[in-house]
Design a protein around this ligand. Structure first.
Ligand SMILES: Cc1cc2nc3c(=O)[nH]c(=O)nc-3n(C[C@H](O)[C@H](O)[C@H](O)COP(=O)(O)O)c2cc1C
Length: 460
């Protein structure tokens, strides 16, 4: 596969690509995008057998997010609806013909979808994750879809392809196009890629049901009604509802700092790692043990700055808006007093909320795991869910989880590019809010990342 030659730290923070004319991906660029977002990048042998790990991190390595592709005729791929197989990097045709018009309608004429030669759709398969995590799987859809999207957006930026995360669509229409059994699998987000001026025509054929055989994941499945209810409650039912949803903007800024602030010291372009995006994704893995050593303030500043510059998404207008706030427990960062901080993105400063050694608190908050206690720092994403739900309705819940997954995925890449370790983590929701209060009062914990020097890297 050819290399893009682009540095990871540049492409993870690049703003939306605006097309200057038609941009149509070919099969090779699609292969690059799909492989580095959801392909198998490493295999590990255990006493019980072999485990395949993929390009993006995922709760429990259960990989419940599936990728589908809907395209018109591309230079070397016939128009159709395809399923992506990560194991063999293959596309399997589910429908022949151009069905992009179905997506234009389902998204209420979303401009990026209307002009995209190809759109990737992400679905979540309940049981694949729920056998282990039960009803909590519902939020995992957002996180695990999000980490894939962080890689995908970075690869698209590296290839100069316009891409945008679209969260608003008529669920039933998209599920029907993919012929999903919605008791088991549901569409969660989509990303239109590229740009062509001509709008797609109506499909030549009806969307008939597909008689596709699938292998059952288990002999029996346990139903967790809460996640299906949540999905249903956050579904959009008509084009009008979708258009109204997308017309909303929510720019929720943190209140001005009142405590001691420390300005970030972001590395300059010359000082920054030029490690290529493909190499970084290939090397990425979740740190299993941290070295309990300090990282530099410049490394921390670069990770925070590069991961939070903006995400092109239909729920984040204007570009640069963010639903999650980033709170940090600093254990060991050179030149920064240990303590709890909140990150003011727009101002580029960390505001100190309280000083102290909070390793044992981090151990507890991260579900009594050593990782957040032994890392150099832990970043907690918190959001004002009540405000988001008031604004976006129940669909806002999907958006806020998805955004956290994307931000977490970017942090993974920003850490790995600097030869640092990272891992996503689960947490005790309410205790996180209490720890960061009064500043975080009323907010909900959405996601957690531990960052630092990995013990394995030290041994090398
Ligand atoms: C949202 C999310 C939550 C995670 N939570 C934990 C956790 O609580 N404890 C843990 O040890 N690893 C956690 N992980 C790391 C996953 O176990 C890891 O991503 C997965 O095994 C795949 O391995 P890889 O990231 O090395 O490719 C989490 C990852 C993600 C994306």
């Amino acid at each position: 596969m050819p290399q893009t030659g682009k540095a990871a730290l540049s492409v993870i923070s690049q703003a939306t690509v605006f097309p200057e004319g038609e941009v149509v991906p070919n099969l090779q660029s699609l292969a690059q995008i799909l492989y580095f977002s959801a392909g198998v990048t490493k295999r590990k042998t255990y006493p019980g057998g072999e485990l395949s790990f993929r390009a993006a991190s995922c709760t429990g390595a259960l990989y419940e997010i599936e990728l589908y592709l809907v395209c018109g005729d591309l230079p070397d791929l016939e128009a159709g609806v395809y399923h992506f197989g990560p194991a063999d990097l293959g596309l399997r045709k589910l429908r022949a013909g151009d069905y992009r018009r179905v997506l234009v309608r389902a998204t209420g004429g979303e401009p990026a979808i209307s002009h995209a030669p190809v759109t990737i759709i992400f679905t979540g398969t309940y049981w694949r994750n729920a056998w282990k995590y039960q009803a909590r799987t519902y939020r995992h859809f957002g996180w695990d879809n999000g980490t894939i999207l962080a890689n995908l957006l970075a690869m698209c930026a590296a290839l100069g392809l316009p891409a945008r995360v679209v969260c608003s669509f008529v669920d039933s229409e998209v599920n029907r196009l993919l012929n999903l059994d919605t008791e088991r699998e549901v569409a969660f987000s989509m990303v239109p890629l590229g740009y062509i001026s001509r709008l797609p025509a109506e499909p030549a054929k009806e969307m008939a049901p597909l008689a596709l055989e699938t292998f059952p994941l288990s002999k029996t499945e346990v139903g967790y009604p809460a996640m299906r209810e949540m999905h249903e409650a956050s579904s959009l039912l008509s084009e009008e509802e979708v258009a109204a949803w997308r017309a909303q903007t929510l720019v929720a800024e943190l209140p001005a700092p009142t405590g001691h602030t420390v300005p970030l010291e972001v590395l300059s372009e010359e000082e920054m790692s030029r490690d290529l995006i493909e190499r970084v994704i290939f090397r990425r893995g979740s740190t299993r043990k941290f070295a309990q050593e300090a990282i530099t303030f410049a490394q921390l500043s670069t990770m925070l700055d590069r991961s939070s510059r903006g995400i092109p998404a239909d729920f984040l207008d204007p570009y640069g808006a963010q639903l999650n706030d980033m709170y940090v427990i600093v254990h060991a960062v050179e030149g920064l007093t240990s303590g709890a901080y909140v990150f003011h993105r727009r101002r580029g400063v960390l505001e100190c909320l309280k000083e102290g050694n909070f390793r044992s608190e981090a151990y507890h908050l991260g579900l009594e795991q050593e990782l957040p206690a032994e890392a150099s720092l832990a970043v907690f994403f918190l959001a004002d869910l009540r405000l988001i739900l008031e604004h976006f309705g129940n669909r806002g819940y999907r958006a806020v989880q998805l955004e956290a997954g994307i931000l977490g995925g970017k942090l993974y890449l920003a850490a790995c590019a600097q030869r640092l370790g990272a891992t996503g983590l689960t947490f005790f929701d309410d205790d996180v809010t209490t720890f960061f209060s009064p500043h975080a009062e009323g907010k909900c914990a959405i996601f957690l990342m531990a960052l630092g020097r990995s013990a394995r890297q030290r041994q090398r």
